[in-house]
Write a protein that binds this ligand. Structure first.
Ligand SMILES: Nc1ncnc2c1ncn2[C@@H]1O[C@H](COP(=O)(O)OP(=O)(O)OP(=O)(O)O)[C@@H](O)[C@H]1O
Length: 357
């Protein structure tokens, strides 16, 4: 399940940067403080394939997804849709863009009008995107959308209100609503983390099926690096606003190159490895107002060298489209010696999304 070289990306972020004005602080400061939420991130999404974006809380994953959705203007860099740079943060241009690039949020309850029935909500979406269809055709489209997300028979769901459905059923309705636009890209921001563990797999499998059948590109934002291996062709790992490793999921999870990716894998829950083998204290992420100089991970890195404290690492190519930003992969003696010390390669844990027996 790797992306063939012949497949062109449908959506691409090139050197994306987003800085927010920091809250608080003295109003008399000459230089306004900023949060470096996303810095110089480049990422490609391919039709028919899932790309996982993995990282700790606060690493900038949601901000990156929102930049790609054009909900925020970028501070730097550009977004390319089918190879063309697009700036569409408002008005008609935004509406046209949003019909092609749909965001699916973590909390389905928060994204529905509580007093609108499922029929009304889906009819509205169908009307927006298929205004040319007759009323009867629009109504039939609603039933068809519900069938596509396995809410059958549709008439059992159309008259219900959001509070009458489970979290999993409502997440299926939000996927149906996103499908109404016939999008090319889904940006799914932690689509299962608010759901019960036992129903997560079903939702992820549905997203995977839709991605493959409709040739849609899916960005799957998650904390769970183990699920990335099972669901995503590509995995990108984010740390403190930067992408520090990316490539085919099998490579990134089985042969993690960056010490941070190795730490994420070692600290993920895995019943088969036993709790004692799990790395519990993985330290704290740095401030994004004053990120560390050099490599942002160096204060937590067990292999940090002198240069890691002052020079930001470039992207090193490890072959098979696997890249990492870490000085351990420099072509010199010091790096080679250090690299040999990182030989621990924990088996990737089972995903947290596994069905419970
Ligand atoms: N509108 C905003 N104004 C100021 N700072 C913001 C804003 N949105 C996000 N941030 C900051 O940007 C950083 C990245 O946040 P973001 O929500 O993108 O991370 P995340 O990896 O998605 O975290 P989580 O997994 O908890 O959702 C955080 O320090 C956050 O506080």
């Amino acid at each position: 399940m790797t992306v063939p070289d012949s497949v062109e990306p449908v959506l691409e972020g090139v050197d994306l940067t987003k800085h927010f004005a920091a809250r608080g602080g003295s109003p008399f400061r000459r230089h306004k403080r900023v949060v470096h939420a996303v810095d110089g991130v480049s990422l490609k999404l391919y039709p028919g394939y899932i790309t996982a974006l993995v990282g700790e809380s606060g690493s900038g994953k949601s901000t990156l997804a929102r930049l790609l959705a054009q909900l925020y203007p970028v501070t730097g860099g550009e977004i390319r849709y089918r190879g063309q740079a697009v700036k569409a943060t408002r008005g008609k241009a935004f509406r046209a863009y949003a019909s092609k690039v749909q965001l699916i949020l973590q909390d389905p309850f928060g994204s529905f009008n509580p007093v609108a029935s499922i029929l009304r909500t889906l009819q509205r979406a169908v009307r927006i995107h298929h205004a040319d269809r007759s009323r009867a055709h629009q109504r039939a489209t609603v039933d068809d959308l519900l069938r596509q997300v396995s809410l059958v028979p549709p008439e059992q769901f159309t008259e219900k209100f959001p509070h009458e459905l489970s979290g999993g059923q409502l997440q299926r309705v939000s996927i149906a609503r996103a499908l109404a636009a016939s999008p090319d890209v889904f940006l799914a921001d932690e689509p299962v983390s608010s759901l019960d563990v036992s129903i997560r797999l079903g939702i992820l499998n549905l997203l995977k099926k839709l991605t493959e059948e409709r040739d849609v590109a899916l960005l799957y934002v998650t904390h769970d690096i183990a699920s990335a291996r099972y669901f995503a062709a590509e995995t990108a790992v984010m740390y403190a606003g930067e992408l520090i490793e990316q490539g085919p999921s099998e490579e990134v999870t089985q042969h993690a190159a960056h010490p941070y990716t190795q730490l994420l894998i070692a600290s993920a829950p895995d019943p088969s490895r036993g709790e004692s083998a799990r790395v519990k204290d993985i330290g704290q992420p740095p401030s994004l107002i004053n990120p560390p100089a050099g490599c942002r991970f160096h204060p937590r890195c067990p292999y940090a060298m002198q240069r890691c404290q002052t020079e930001a690492p470039p992207r090193f190519d490890l072959g098979d489209s696997h890249t990492t930003r870490c000085w351990l992969y420099a072509d010199d003696e010091e790096a080679e010696t250090r690299r040999s010390q990182t030989s621990f390669t924990p088996q990737p844990p089972e995903p947290q999304t596994k069905e419970q027996s």
